[in-house]
Write a protein that binds this ligand. Structure first.
Ligand SMILES: *Cc1c(COP(=O)(O)O)cnc(C)c1O
Length: 394
């Protein structure tokens, strides 16, 4: 089937709820994508941060093959070894919490919100989230997502959510009442445009939650599993949350989500209160275990820091050269280039030249290479980005 035929299938049979680029991807390997017309694309935004250790990592592929021959899925009526092993690995790399498994970021956040309600006193039903956040598309998580554009057409939303400007300590203090069950924020806002939390801000959330018997929930769906150069984004800050959620890069390309909660909080999630049919299935857990092992065996946390810094340095040099770039921000392999105007055209032009990047919030280019990225790949990406910017500004 050629590109046009595939697109025709979509036009007829797939709901058109995404703005898609006119490419059909047939293969992904390491830091590259290949389309149906034989083009190679350097991927600096692999799978919206899902392919965190690159496309089709051989260790993950091998683990999937091996597990697939033994057991694909077993429901949570039984125990299965991969789920237990994965929970232990995450707990040891996080804050010693216990895990609940699901299949996506929104589901992980949904679980966190429900657990916060269950664990705290019955009068506590409110949640505080930050403007510019993104927490998912289910009714509760889209309500938590404090961006009006995601709410249009869905009013009334779930009651009890209040929104405060990100990194604004005073606003947070004002918003806190006895009825707050939890505060949920991203340590680095992803869709909101790579906005890094201040340490002081996160420490204030921790203090206010402690003082008010509320829970501190960090959405690590995008920041988690090594992208920032540490296992979890919160580890860059002097703070320990009660709950973190993760998904995206967790399965090395396979759908899996997880919520990790401190043991005393986790104890409130008793049988009958929450569940997921596919959650923690053997195949996804095996892929996830292999992903975490690959990160360790190949020193990818270190590489994410090193290559991330290298990319940031190169992008800062471009910022000196091009007035179109206001500034560059981020940590590790989570980098935002703040433009002074809309970036969608730049993204389209880069793709024409074989580079995939992303534009979020209209004016922020996201460079989020896989943790296996090399300096040579960054150089190539910078070269293409540079040439497109030069052309755009004449
Ligand atoms: C992508 C994302 C989500 C939603 O994850 P889905 O798997 O699409 O449900 C939630 N929070 C953050 C921070 C994300 O980046």
């Amino acid at each position: 089937m050629d590109t046009q035929q595939t697109i025709e299938l979509f036009d007829k049979y797939v709901i058109a709820n995404y703005g898609r680029l006119p490419r059909v991807i047939v293969k992904g390997q390491n830091g590259y994508l290949y389309d149906a017309d034989g083009n190679e694309i350097l991927d600096m935004f692999p799978g919206w941060a899902v392919s965190g250790i690159g496309h089709c990592h051989p260790k993950v592929v091998a683990a999937i093959k091996e597990q697939a021959e033994k057991l694909l899925h077993i429901d949570n009526t039984f125990y299965s070894e991969p789920q237990g092993v994965l929970a232990k690995m995450l707990s040891e790399r996080g804050f010693g919490g216990k895990c609940f498994f699901c299949n996506s970021g929104a589901e992980a956040n949904e679980a966190a919100l429900k657990l916060a309600r269950l664990h705290t006193a019955s009068e506590k039903y409110k949640f505080i989230t930050a403007e510019g956040s993104f927490h998912g598309r289910t009714f509760a998580t889209v309500t938590a997502t404090a961006q009006p554009k995601y709410h249009e057409g869905f009013l009334p939303l779930i009651p009890g959510f209040s929104y405060v400007p990100f990194n604004d300590i005073e606003a947070l203090e004002k918003a806190f009442t006895d009825e707050v069950a939890a505060v949920m924020v991203e340590p680095i806002q992803g869709e909101g445009g790579i906005n890094v939390a201040d340490s002081e801000y996160l420490r204030t959330i921790r203090r206010l939650c402690d003082e008010n018997n509320a829970l501190m929930v960090l959405d690590e769906v995008q920041t988690g599993i090594g992208r920032t150069g540490k296992w979890f984004g919160y580890q860059h800050f002097d703070v320990v949350p009660d709950i973190i959620t993760m998904a995206k890069a967790l399965g090395g390309g396979v759908a899996i989500g997880a919520m990790m909660a401190a043991p005393e909080v986790a104890a409130s999630l008793i049988p009958g209160k929450h569940a997921s049919t596919f959650g923690g299935n053997a195949l996804a857990c095996a892929a996830s275990i292999a992903t975490l092992e690959a990160i360790e065996e190949e020193n990818l946390l270190e590489n994410a820091q090193k290559i991330g810094n290298y990319a940031m340095e190169k992008l800062n040099q471009l910022a000196q050269k091009h007035a179109a770039i206001d500034h560059v921000r981020g940590i590790g392999m989570m980098i935002g280039v703040q433009l002074s105007s809309d970036g969608s055209e730049i993204v389209a032009k880069c793709l024409e030249r074989g580079l995939r990047i992303n534009c979020t919030n209209q004016t922020v280019i996201r460079f989020m290479p896989a943790m296996i990225a090399t300096a040579e790949q960054i150089d190539k990406a910078i070269e293409i980005f540079d040439s497109v910017l030069s052309e755009a500004t004449g």
